[in-house]
Every structure is written in C-alpha cells, then in structure tokens.
Ligand binder design. Structure first.
Ligand SMILES: NC(=O)c1ccc[n+]([C@@H]2O[C@H](COP(=O)([O-])OP(=O)(O)OC[C@H]3O[C@@H](n4cnc5c(N)ncnc54)[C@H](OP(=O)(O)O)[C@@H]3O)[C@@H](O)[C@H]2O)c1
Length: 367
C-alpha cells in the first residue's frame, strides 16, 4: 500500500511538473520531441502504470547516454535505476530515490551544456525596457548576443557594461536597409539559436494623431514582418545550422492589448493583434514547409518602461526585472504563447468572455 502511494505520488508529481517546462527541457537536451508525459500516464492507467514506468525508464536511459557522451562522471539515472527502484524498491521509497537520481543527472547535463556550447541570440529592440533587461539576463547566463535598436549610444553603453559578449548594430526596423544590418550581424555572429523581436512603439491616441498611428503600424507590423521573415528565410537557407534536432527559435513580444480593440490605443491594439495572427500563420507555414523553427508569442500586461505614459497610473504594473523573469521563462520553455503575469492571464480570460456589443459600450476602459 505504502509502495503504491509512493509510486502514484511520483507519477502525479511528473504529471504536474512536465507541462510546466520539464518536458521541454528534456526534449531540448535529447534533441527530439518525446511523447507527452500525460499521454504516457493516461495510457499507463490500464497497466497499473507499467507503461508509464517503461516510458520514464527509456527517457532515463537516453539521459544516461547523453551524460556519458558529455563525459559526465557516474552515477547517472538509467533504465534499470528508474525501473528497479520503482518496482523492487517501491516499499523503500524507491520512486523518490529514482526521481532524485533522475534530476541530479538532468541538472549535471544542463550545467555541462551551458558551459560548453555557448548559445547565441539576436535581440531587435534591446536599447531599453524589456529588451534591454532580457539582453542583460542572457549575457549573465552565458549567451553571446547581438543587439539592435536606433540609439547607438544606448547600444554602446550596453557593450561597455557587459563587454565582448554583446555585438551591436544600429538599426531602424522601419527602413528597408534593416535587413542588411541584420545580415551583417548574422555574418559577424554566425547562426543564432534565438531571434527575439521586441522593438515596438505604442501611444494612447484618442485624438487619432495620424503620425502616431502610422508610426505604430510601421514599427510593430512592417518592422516585425521585415525582420522576422528575413530571419525565417535565413533559417531556410542554412540547413547545416538548423535541423529538426537543433531548431531555431523566434520569439516576439506582442501584448495582452492584442486580445481586444482598445479605444484609447487603436493602432497599438490592432498591431499587436496583427503580430499574434502573423506568428500563428508563420507557425503553420513553417510546418508546411518543414522549416526547423519554433515560435513564441510573449504577451505582457503593463510593464514599467518608457513606452507607458509617465503621467498615468497603471493597474497591476510589473517591474522590468519581473518582466525579464517571465520572458526568460517563456524562452527557456519555448512556450508557444506566454501571457504574464498570472493576474493578467485571469484578466484576459475574463475579457475574452465579454460579447463584442458589450465591450464596445464599455466607455470607462481608460488604459
Ligand atoms: N511596457 C509595457 O507595458 C508593455 C506591455 C505589453 C507589451 N509591450 C511591448 O514590449 C515591447 C518592448 O517595449 P518596452 O515596454 O520595453 O518599451 P521601450 O523601453 O520603449 O522599448 C522599445 C524598444 O523598441 C525599440 N524600437 C522602437 N522603434 C524602433 C525602430 N524603429 N527600430 C528599431 N527599434 C525600435 C527601441 O529602441 P530605439 O528607440 O533605440 O530604436 C527600444 O529598444 C514593445 O513591443 C511593446 O509593445 C510593452
């Protein structure tokens, strides 16, 4: 009885933990997509979880192979360690022993991979705000980065602070020559693992100042299409750098504003919706064309950056640091869509339920 409880709790622990990012980490380390754990768990129910256990034991064996390949010293998890402790050792807290060894091996592999293969990222829009904060995090985690934006002095200040790990390129995403600047950066750095588009402008514009509306469309829509498409074609043209096992990752910061038309910021909310739909289309296209790339759509709520109106008060405002934590989470887990934080997730869920004819009459919405 004790053993069964022990076994079920370990299984349930993985059931919760896998979708929270653990399975994505395993996929990345093993270089292929593994069957979703919840499927293995459900299929395991009629066989008293033997199927689930064998599935887990296979993953453990693959991790052992990876650890050996990287020259990591034993002990490691293995088929027998996972299966044996979960069956023969079940009365002696075997699942806990197997789980502990599993995570120990996983962590040591991750640390070794971090030390050996330097990861590379290109960040468009890293001179301030969310982009700059994320760029700093990536450098601290050992990434080599290429950062772009219009303000050369801000790019140079970043390099002075963080050193040679940062390549810089002055770029205006609304100009056609932005693709040449990107090409030069790609040439200098080589193929990046991550392409991160954060550039964006937005205004509260009840007066419908045309210049602001059109600048928003040019930066958020035209700029994103120009740079993201150019990078996607780069991935297509470099099959030696990107494969099914080593996929490129494109992440774009959109906004929760893209989930509803905001009367105070028509162009901003519409451009964010366009970005979200465009990413969904590209994700389908990449599958059609078998381009090895993953997409992440990052949707923040209010973050204390220069884009917000300093004279206004914003509810549930997040710091740049907190925003960067969330972006790092979305990037490392390669989530398809990540809305943050949890309060904004609930808010968005709620306002999606509001019928259009009610939404359009909610004239008290001021942000
Ligand atoms: N802060 C929020 O509450 C919030 C909420 C949801 C979504 N977002 C989104 O988050 C992204 C980043 O904004 P942020 O809040 O971090 O504001 P920010 O501090 O103003 O950052 C905007 C970045 O975009 C770059 N950029 C603007 N126009 C550009 C152009 N023409 N060419 C190249 N780069 C350009 C800026 O660089 P240069 O000025 O040097 O060119 C800057 O690095 C935006 O897409 C924004 O819509 C922000």
């Amino acid at each position: 009885m004790l053993g069964l409880i022990d076994f079920c709790t370990a299984g349930l622990f993985f059931l919760v933990y896998m979708p929270l990012g653990l399975q994505d980490e395993i996929d990345e380390i093993l270089g292929h997509k593994t069957q979703r754990y919840w499927v293995a768990y459900v299929l395991g129910i009629p066989t008293m979880f033997i199927y689930t256990l064998v599935w887990m034991a296979r993953i453990a064996e693959e991790l052992r192979g990876k650890a050996k390949e990287l020259g990591i010293e034993a002990p490691y998890t293995s088929w027998w360690h996972m299966f044996g402790w979960n069956t023969f050792g079940v009365l002696f807290f075997g699942p806990a022993v197997a789980t502990h060894r599993f995570f120990d091996t996983l962590n040591r592999i991750e640390n070794r991979l971090k030390q050996s293969g330097m990861r590379k990222a290109i960040i468009i829009g890293a001179t301030s705000g969310i982009g700059r904060e994320t760029a700093a995090r990536l450098v601290k985690e050992g990434w080599e980065i290429g950062i772009a934006g219009r303000r050369t002095e801000a790019l140079e200040a970043f390099r002075n602070e963080f050193g040679e790990a940062a390549h810089i390129a002055t770029m205006d995403v609304t100009r056609p020559d932005a693709t040449h600047v990107l090409d030069a950066l790609l040439e200098e750095m080589g193929a990046p693992n991550l392409f991160f588009y954060v550039s964006g402008v937005g205004y509260q514009n009840r007066e419908l100042d045309l210049d602001k509306e059109i600048r928003t469309i040019q930066t958020n829509c035209e700029g994103m299409v120009r740079l993201v498409d150019h990078f996607l074609n780069y991935v297509r043209e470099h099959p030696e750098a990107y494969t099914k096992e080593k996929m490129a990752h494109i992440a774009v910061v959109t906004s929760i504003a893209g989930t509803a038309g905001l009367g105070t910021a028509p162009a901003y909310s519409a451009t964010k919706k366009m970005q979200q739909t465009y990413l969904s289309a590209l994700s389908q296209l990449a599958r059609m064309e078998k381009i090895p790339v993953r997409f992440t759509d990052i949707r923040p709520g209010f973050v204390a950056t220069d884009i917000l109106n300093p004279d206004k008060k914003y509810p549930m405002l997040l710091s740049k640091e907190k925003a960067a934590d969330e972006v790092m989470k979305a990037i490392s887990r390669k989530k398809r869509i990540h809305t943050f934080d949890w309060k904004f997730r609930i808010l968005v869920m709620g306002w999606r339920l509001i019928p259009r004819w009610v939404w359009e009459r909610m004239t008290w919405v001021k942000n």
